[in-house]
Design a protein around this ligand. Sequence first.
Ligand code: PMP
Length: 413
Amino acid sequence: MEPYRFDRSEALFARAKKVIPGGIYGHQSPRLLAMGSYPSFFARGEGSHVWDVDGNEYIDYMCSYGPIVLGHRHPRVEEAARRQAEQGNCFNTPTALWVELAEYLVEITPFADWTVFAKNGSDVCTWATMVARHFTGRRKIVAAAGAYHGTHAWVSPVPNGVTPEDRANVLNFRYNDLEGLTRLVEEHRGAIAGVMLTPFRHDAAHDSELPAEGFLPGVRKLCDDHGIVFILDDVRAGFRLHMGGSGELFGVRPDLSCYCKAIANGYPLAAATGRGNLKRAALEVFFTGSYFTSAVPMAAALACLQELKQSGGIEKMRRTGEMLRDGMLSQARSHGFEVTYSGPPAMPYMTFKADGGKWDRITAFCAYAATHGIFFHPRHNWFLSAAHSEQDLRHTLDVTDAAFKVVRKQFDA
Ligand code: PMP
């Protein structure tokens, strides 16, 4: 098979750069990929497959960086969204879906008594810190160093445009280091409002780390002992690992949980759920947005979550994820590579040990895969969806076998 070409993508990107800073910014910027080996613009998606503007077809292992959990254009979600769109989307008040979806989220989330909605993960993460501060009357927020909790100034990974004052009340520790966190809490006794953590460590350009035995329950106890609000940032992992929130998979229940990506199978929606004792603080912290109540994404979310639950989508992603992991690990061995394949099976990430913290081999590997119809990312965890089939997996493994072979040749020299 001839490697893909990206003529239309490249022409569009040249136009984009003239009128949009960077052409494409943020996590979708081609700078983070292997330039020349990836499309910059997609045109269409169906199930586990996507097509770029040059007509190249891919099996999609990024799933729009998380939102696509049932597969692109899932019929039940599309039908629910279409029906609501026929009635209208944006009104002076919410629709009944606002209530129905909140009831559903409270029903499926064991610790939660209430829900709020917004549009982006950044919205709900920042708001959760404000609720923790208002509830405790304290200022400091603890987060793991290198963790991504959105674009807002208190936590943006890039310091440009951020003042020291924006960060003044943010403390860091190393994910999984319960002793380090305990020391921090002792040092700042009575000053910490909230601890925000992702359910597992999934920082970009880094091997993922599952929570160490006892880490999350230890954080829970520390928060309880010191009156600190435990905020789970489940924006990326939520509804891919467990219907009740990813804490359920790891044996911990937070006080507040932030969701976004997979909640509505690609429609724009974020949510936070919380315990009853925080409901008053949640009411008293100002929170609103032009599109927070839009009905179409809520119809999509209800259909998405119900379908995920009824069809056992999470279990399916785990199984296909395990097939991918087992297949790739065995291929890596047979080609003589030591790789680190990390994260839960539905959200894996792979690095080559010989890359030594750089990305040469994994970039060449992903570039070969992308130009042969398999869309992985060299520096960001991948995502399975419930639409990935065994046939997809077989085809994927044919391509990854060839990719390992190509990397072997390139890096033997
Ligand atoms: N938290 C986590 C863990 C995320 O992965 C992201 C998005 N990648 C965010 C927060 C921010 O979400 P958004 O991009 O929707 O603002």
